[in-house]
Structures are given as C-alpha cells and as structure tokens.
Design a protein around this ligand. Structure first.
Ligand SMILES: [Zn+2]
Length: 216
C-alpha cells in the first residue's frame, strides 16, 4: 500500500497516519522524521538540511527530494509506505512522480483530510501542554481538573508558540498557497480520497479503511 496523506495542519492526519502504518505494516515517512534521523546519522545532506532548519528556513525542494529519494532506496519501503508532509508543493509532487516511475511503482491513494479553518484554529489554539511532563490538554475537549495545572504531575500548562493563533493562521496560509494545489495535481489520477477530518479519530479511521477497501 502506497499512501500519501494531505491536509492542513491540525486536521488529525498525524494521528490517523500512526493507525494506518500499524495496520498495513508499512513505514511512516514524514520529512520531519527523516531530517531528524539524518542529523543523528551525521550525513552530509543531513548537515545541509539542518543548517536551513536551524535558521528557521524551509529546506529547499532539491534537498528534500534528494532525501526522500535516498529514503525510498531503503529495503523497508518495498511493500509500501505512507507519506505524511510530503509532497508539500507541486515541484515536490513532480519529483516524487519521477522517483516512483524509476521504480515502476504507482500510488494507491492520496488521502485528503478536510476541515474548516474555524475548527482547525479552535483545535490547535486550544491546546495546552504541561511544561514538566509534556502531557497534552485542550481547553474545551480535554480540560485539566484545575485550570492551568497538569492532572498528572501538577506542572504548569502552557501554550506552545506553534499553537498560537497567529502561527496557526500563518501555517494555514502557507498550506493553501503551496500544498493545496498538490490536490489539484493528483485530481485526474483517480487517487484522491476526501476524508472528513472533523470527526472523531475512530470514525475518521473507519471512513479511511472503508474507502481503501473499495479501491483495492
Ligand atoms: Zn505534567
């Protein structure tokens, strides 16, 4: 099974990805994870990628594509993979097509998670994280017993910079500018599966499994 997960930040695709890779026993390939592995391995391309990330800049497409290319040459992707966060724009989608062509592989599905901006902003900006133990709460969906205090360790709950409303809005704008056109890129392939990301984790997963079952 070769799957691409698409959708705005906070739509729940990371959570669903974890369930799917377990079910299909395929590697979960997120470029964030590969970058971290590369820093750890101390490779040349890893150092280049890290220099961008350390400056708070996006890793250029050619470097990201090369890293994905190397990742696809590993043994564990022979029976499939799930991409999460890649391709991030049309140039990356075109590069991925070339890589798959080289291997005579085709994609099985492009899962497109959908939710309104209001829901995404509410979900992300309501998130609170324990400074001490990292436990995650939500001011409406999973509030702590005492406001601002971790149930598990008594630590202080904070809002991460990444979760602040202005950051979420900026991430959404980048998504609509650069990543949403990738959906259009795959439109004629018949691979797009639209999934309602506003539902519970279980219901969303049930919808995905149903559609994937019908496709194969
Ligand atoms: Zn805590």
């Amino acid at each position: 099974m070769r799957i691409i997960m698409m959708g705005p930040p906070g739509v729940g695709k990371g959570t669903e990805a974890v369930i799917l890779v377990k079910h299909f026993n395929i590697p979960h390939i997120s470029t964030g994870n590969i970058f971290r592995e590369l820093f750890h391995d101390d490779t040349e391309i890893g150092k280049i990628a890290k220099s961008y990330i350390d400056r708070g800049e996006l890793v250029p497409d050619d470097i990201t594509n090369e890293i994905v290319h190397q990742r696809l040459s590993k043994d564990d992707v022979k029976d499939g993979f799930l991409f999460d966060g890649y391709p991030r724009n049309i140039a990356q989608a075109e590069a991925l097509d070339k890589m798959l062509e080289e291997k005579n592989w085709t994609l099985d599905a492009v899962i497109n998670f959908q939710a309104t901006d209001e829901l995404i902003i509410e979900r992300i900006s309501g998130r609170r994280v324990c400074k001490k133990c990292g436990a995650v709460y939500h001011i409406h969906n999973k509030p702590p017993k005492t406001e601002g205090v971790c149930d598990q360790c008594g630590g202080q709950l904070i809002q991460r910079d990444d979760d602040k409303q202005e950051t979420v809005l900026r991430r959404l704008r980048i998504y609509y500018d650069q990543t949403e056109p990738v959906i259009g890129y795959y439109k004629d392939s018949g691979l797009i599966v639209n999934i309602d990301g506003s539902q519970t984790i279980e219901k969303t997963n049930a919808d995905i499994m149903k559609v994937l079952g019908e496709m194969n």
